[in-house]
Each structure stands twice: as C-alpha cells, then as structure tokens.
Design a protein around this ligand. Sequence first.
Ligand SMILES: Cc1ncc(COP(=O)(O)O)c(C=O)c1O
Length: 498
Amino acid sequence: MLELFKSLKLDKNSSTPLYIQLSDKIAEMIDNGILLADLKLPSIRRMSSLLNVNSVTIVSCYKQLEIDGYVHSRPGSGTYVAAVLPDRSGNFSDSNVILDELYQSDDLNLINNGHIKINEDTINFASATPQSNLFPVENFKLVLNEVLDRDLGNAFDYQDSQGFYPLRSSVCSLLEKRKIACSEGNVQIISGAQQGIDIIAKALLRQGDYVITESPTYTGAIAVFKSRGAEIADVPLSNDGLNLNILEYNLKKYKPKLIYTIPSFQNPTGISYSNEKRQEILALAERYNAYIIEDDYVSGLDFENMSFTPIKSLDKSDRVIFLKSFSKIFMPGLRLGFMIVPPSLKGYVIEAKHATDISTSGLIQRAFDLYIRKGMWDEHFEIMFDIYRERYNKTVKALDMYLPRNVQFHKPGGGLNIWLDIPSNCLVGSLLKAASAENIVFAPGRIFYSSTPTKLNNVRLSFAAVHTDEIERGIKKLCELISYFDRGESLTGNIPIL
Ligand SMILES: Cc1ncc(COP(=O)(O)O)c(C=O)c1O
C-alpha cells in the first residue's frame, strides 16, 4: 500500500496547490475502490517523506478529504477512509441542513453515515440559526433594487477594506443605543463574526501564542485559534462568568495576548456575566496587558430585561475588541458583521482583512446600510425577538414539566441556547442516536471543549430553528429518553432499541 502512495505524481510547477492535487488523487482512489472503507492512511510524517513534500501539505490534504467526506480522523489514532462516501452526483440534497457549529469528525460521521439524518421534519435543537422562512426576503429585495438603481456599477467595485463608510456610520448609530461610543474610523465591517475572530487571530497571534477562552465555548473560535497554531488556556465558567482566580492564574502563567469571551447568553451554556465580573475581567486584561474579544452574537435577545452592560462600554483604555454578528437575527448567508477595534490595533486588522478577502461584498454592505436607514432592521429585530421569546418560554416550560428531577439546567433568561447537565449514566452518545431515531437532534456538549472535557454529560439545546408548535413534543420525547437511559431500563415500544 505504501508503494501505491509513493507512486503518486505531484506537479510542483502547477498552479493547483499540492494539497489539492494530492487530495484529488486520494479521493479518486477511494471512489474507484482502491482504498477501502476504514483503511488507515499513512501518518502525516510518513506520507510527507513518501512524497517528498512538507507536512503542512499532508495536513491540508487530509483536512480537505475530511471536509469532502472521504476520510475521518480519530483523535490520537490517525486518518481513516470513511465508511460511507459522499454523493458525487452533483444533485442538491434537501436532506442535510448545514449546521452552524463545527462538529467534530465523529459527530459528522454519525450525520454522514445516516445515523443522524436532518431533514425538513427533524426537530432540530442542534442549530442556533433562524429558519429560512423567517428571512425578510421581500424587504431585502426592495433595498437591493434601490441600491442597484442608485449606485449602478459602483456597487460592484472593490470596496474600502474597512467597510462602506455610510454602513459604518449606521453601525455607530445602532451602538449609541447600547452606550457603546464609536466612530466610523474604528468600525471594521467583516463577512460574519467568524471572519472577525479569524482576522483578529491573524493580526495578533503567532504560532505558540496563548489565548484564553471560556470552557466550554463556541466551536468556531476554537477552530480558528487552533488553525493559527495558538495554544488555548481555557478557564471554567461559573454561573456569573469566568472563574476569576483561574483567569488570573492563566494570565500570569501564559501571558496570553487575547481573552475570547461571550459575556451575554454565552454559547453553549447560556450563562451571562454579572456586571461586576465584566468590570473585573477588564481590570485584569489591563493589568496583564491582554486584549479582550467581546463576542456579542445575541445580547439583544434579553427576554427578561437583565440589561447587562457591554464590556466595551466600560472600556476606557482600549482593551476590548467588540465583535457583532447579525446571523442569529438576520440572514446568516449574507455573511455580514462588524467589529469595533481599538485604535492601536486598527492598522493590523485592516491589513489582515485586506489579505483575507480585500473587502466584504459592496453590494451587500450598501443594501444592509439602506435596510438599517429605512428602519427595516429595527422592525425585523422586533419580529424575531417576539418569535424567539415565545420559543424560549415554551422550551423552558416544557423542560420544567418533563425533565427528570436529577437533571440540572440553568434558565439563561435570553439568547438561543439551554445547557443541560444530564445524569452520568445517561450517555450523551446513546441519547443522540436514540433521539435521532425519533427525528430529534441536539448538540452534544463535548464538541464545545478545546481539549478532552472533564465532564461528558452535557447537552446543548437550541430552540432557534424549532417551530414553536414542535417544541413541547420534542422536549417531552427527549426527556422520556433521558429518563429511560437514567433508569437503565430496556427501551421498548416506540422508543428505539439501541
Ligand atoms: C458565539 C458565536 N460567535 C460567532 C459566530 C459566527 O457568526 P457569523 O455567522 O456572524 O460568522 C457564532 C455562530 O454560531 C457564534 O455562535
């Protein structure tokens, strides 16, 4: 088998990157049945010496094959040919929904191998993104047409890397309401908050630098920091935010450049930091010379009027990079968000943004600016707020009604996620499979940790994508499954036998 890989010819003069050439060849061997399911591919070091290319080429190649569904990696073991291959027919499939969180390969395998199917009837507690039937398509069509008539070809020109100036100005007026002072000069428009995290990492971090994150945290941030070669020092969350003793210990020990936080309705736990903790974290960042990323992905969904103070509004010494996503309220596929960047970092951030994609789409920026100026954003926000609040209330009520007493959960009062601590004899993996047989999906807690979690018994339930009428049925069924597993009873009737 090693001879087979050794005989692969790569063209170092071609404009196609080596890792793509290699992944195409391996995919072809898999398609043709030369490499069979579950075959272990050579290790990165072995493959790079067989082909005389550097190890980054092999890492990128295996990653690409994994993204394309040809292989899966088993942490600590290696990369294996997938048991079920991707559909190469080119047909669009409506049976798979793109999930907003990055699932680890094991979870993706469950989904790809049909153990977890997501289709239109699935009760999807896994995705914290609005359903597409709630997107304000008609109003957006109006502003798009108006922009095209108004700006003609200019709408399609390269844009300022920092963002379309009038949109930066509209963003400042949105922030005024939240008492965050900003000027157009400090706003950076980005293609979604995910890109914002990546750009900050690109601008500030070098291989081996430390970043502090909450534990657990948003999977997309973990993926960015790891991809930049940064080391993650994670800090556990208490019910009112980061554990300050461990935070200070890590700040002293690792001297991180960044602290990545989601202080309001945190993803995945739903926890919000108390106002005192926000102040203390800022003071620690100042003392230990670190910057804070304040990831504000849903702070506006404050159903119980808790009115937390944004850390950015307390920031007198320009320590906080405020990061805003619109995806949870608006249309995530537009890829739009913004950051407020401290003046000392502005140059690095613009450079990193330019190197990434030159600028966010000018047409979309202009259309969104008009959408805000016409008051459509405020209107749409109100609509989404009411829908999400109703779903939140239904979810919490159903959990109160059906959850077994030994399952803990904290009512976040806002946001889109609820974090359950299920009994340890109810394995999350088994629950995931049993629930999917009932056409219910959720996110297993372990995917939100940067390293092996100490606790494996968590479940994240998101209600954003579940129709209000389906919530009670979904929660009731899930709670029945938790009780069955907890009691160690054999599963019968319409509850699947595993
Ligand atoms: C906490 C958090 N930050 C950022 C993002 C990325 O958002 P965007 O779609 O704006 O890139 C997400 C998406 O799920 C998220 O949960």
